[in-house]
Design a protein around this ligand. Structure first.
Ligand code: NAP
Length: 249
């Protein structure tokens, strides 16, 4: 059992997949969860499910790629929840293609949604955490950011950037007891990977490089993330935790 002392968390990309599992897992531990996603329907559904299960949640649709929109949302949320003490930067997209065929739009969209979003949210939300001298920031990266992956120049660059950001902010915030860590999922069954998971040839090829010989579940990532957000993880910062079935050893 993990310990959480009446904490409030903001989870991006909480409408589906890994983010939804993280939001629900934190809520089961008594954390009040602000669920953010691009569409109001998806984050609204997660918040409704949490509330129906007896937890506390609030939903807000925000385009995390848009710095001005995140700044406005943060200001509004900090008035309502002055103590947002946990931030999980999870929202992400893929726009895959080999470099010679990758458009500048696909490059920019992936960098803005996956990497710049972490900068946009961390800046306003980390300030009250440093003042309170307690905080947890978890950034969701990927094995692609560690190993690289042909066809994912934009995505791998964004995810590698998240690792650099995580390690730098861990050093900047350490004296205020705000920890910053990253979780690197391998292949997890979500909407993002449906086309591979449901294709027998593609999935057999992927599982050749996964020592545990199965795809991961969103809960596998949520459990690691919840641990990193708990009291128990207070002496861990600046680290990247692979949850990938042994893929990137
Ligand atoms: P997913 O099922 O596609 O869900 C993505 C979530 O991010 C959705 O809730 C979506 O909002 C939200 N989102 C996307 N763009 C956004 C934007 N501009 N503004 C606000 N919210 C936005 O993805 P997932 O598989 O759960 O992935 C979650 C994270 O894990 C991502 O960062 C991904 O890169 C990383 N990851 C996943 C895997 C994997 O195998 N699945 C592996 C490594 C890393 P809507 O619901 O409104 O569309």
């Amino acid at each position: 059992m993990l310990t959480f002392k009446s904490r409030t968390a903001l989870v991006t990309g909480a409408g589906r997949g890994i983010g939804k599992a993280i939001a629900e897992t934190l809520a089961r531990h008594g954390v009040t969860v602000i669920c953010v996603s691009k569409s109001a329907d998806s984050c609204g559904a997660t918040a409704t499910a949490i509330t129906a299960a007896g937890g506390k949640a609030r939903a807000m649709a925000v385009d995390v790629a848009n710095g001005a929109e995140v700044a406005r949302a943060s200001e509004e949320l900090l008035k309502e929840f002055p103590n947002i003490d946990i931030l999980v930067n999870n929202a992400g997209i893929t726009r895959d293609g080999l470099l010679f065929r990758m458009s500048e739009t696909d490059w920019n969209d992936v960098i803005a949604t996956n990497l710049s979003s972490c900068f946009h949210w961390t800046k306003p939300l980390a300030r009250p955490m440093t003042r309170a001298r307690w905080g947890r920031i978890v950034n969701i990266t990927s094995v692609s950011g560690i190993m690289g992956n042909a066809g994912q120049a934009n995505y791998s660059a964004a995810k590698a950037g998240i690792i650099g950001l995580t390690k730098t902010l861990a050093r900047e915030f350490a004296s205020r007891s705000v920890t910053v860590n990253a979780v690197a999922p391998g292949f997890i069954k979500t909407d993002m990977t449906t086309e591979f998971v449901n294709n027998p040839e593609a999935s057999a090829k992927i599982l050749e490089v996964v020592p545990l010989k199965r795809f991961g579940e969103s809960a596998d990532i949520a459990n690691m993330t919840a641990y990193l957000c708990s009291e128990e993880a207070g002496y861990i910062t600046g680290q990247v935790f692979n949850v990938d079935g042994g893929m990137a050893m």
